[in-house]
Design a protein around this ligand. Sequence first.
Ligand SMILES: NC(=O)c1ccc[n+]([C@@H]2O[C@H](COP(=O)([O-])OP(=O)(O)OC[C@H]3O[C@@H](n4cnc5c(N)ncnc54)[C@H](OP(=O)(O)O)[C@@H]3O)[C@@H](O)[C@H]2O)c1
Length: 328
Amino acid sequence: MKAIVCGGYGSPDVFEVQEIPKPTPRDHEVLIKVYATTVTSGDWRARTLNVPRGFGLISRLVFGISRPRQPILGTELSGEIASVGKAVSTFRVGDQVFAYSGVRMGCYVEYKCMPEDGALALKPASLSYDEAAAISFGGTTALTFFRRAKIQNGDKVLINGASGGVGTAAVQLARHFGAEVTGVCSTGNLELVKSIGADEVIDYTKADFTQNGETYDIIVDTVGTAPFSRSRGSLKEEGRLLLVLGTLPDMLQMPWVSMTSSKKVIAGPVSGGAEDLRFLASLAESGQFKPVIDRRYPFERIAEAHRYVDTGRKKGNVVITLEDRHQR
Ligand SMILES: NC(=O)c1ccc[n+]([C@@H]2O[C@H](COP(=O)([O-])OP(=O)(O)OC[C@H]3O[C@@H](n4cnc5c(N)ncnc54)[C@H](OP(=O)(O)O)[C@@H]3O)[C@@H](O)[C@H]2O)c1
């Protein structure tokens, strides 16, 4: 089978299409024929090792010292179950599924084995394979942070970076939880952010949300431009700042903020499981969540897709389509 292999850290030129053996599922595994995968900001970080300040060494230890330990990137996919291990009881051949491999990656392939109890769920019938492939990364990140923040009906929530992969999921999930949502993005993305449910939008090229006198129960920063030092005055008493993108110094500050004020900084890595995927799928089925797709690229042109994601300007998600898919 074909796989996209990342030969080292660097520009998108590090990718090569290679023939590797098709995997065979073990007793408790399923084999998925992949119809779509994505290029996320996580893949960009894993390929470049461009990580937030303070995480350089940790990242090399996690991802590999001089080259990626897992040379096949890609954190999410959708497809169809092609075969199952002999002890599998929850999935059948032909089931339409989507899956999240998270930091273990390995989704830039034609076939992938996953444990049946891993981050794997039935594809919502209301979504295409391309859309289903893009549920997990942004969806589980936003969901985990909102749960950590104990989001409540009626909360005022501001999302900085509302047009990105995590931001577009966060806007829709915050609405689902009954929040009043303000999205911060650039001029060209204002309509998009409104169309997915933001009550208010702020164009960061024209206005600074930290200077407008408004306060919020929850501020989500997916960009790294709203650390506590800048956002504290925009948080209500008991307000929570969710640093989806935070530096090590930002994180070290967390206990100090909690000890010295009623406000809280919440940061750290997230990893979504099967239950989260089923929850997101149920929201998709009821029309409350739909991954935003910016661009699609064929499998062999994945380097081009990475080059686009490198700009830092993608809107929602970039999908990689494989040849045999159907029901797009
Ligand atoms: N903690 C975790 O476990 C975790 C999990 C997932 C992701 N992350 C991190 O979260 C970050 C965001 O991920 P993502 O997938 O959403 O990234 P993304 O899709 O690449 O974000 C791109 C978006 O960022 C917006 N943007 C750029 N500069 C901005 C600014 N100054 N103000 C507001 N928006 C701005 C862009 O909008 P414009 O073109 O309009 O500027 C674009 O739509 C990444 O750094 C990623 O590493 C962390």
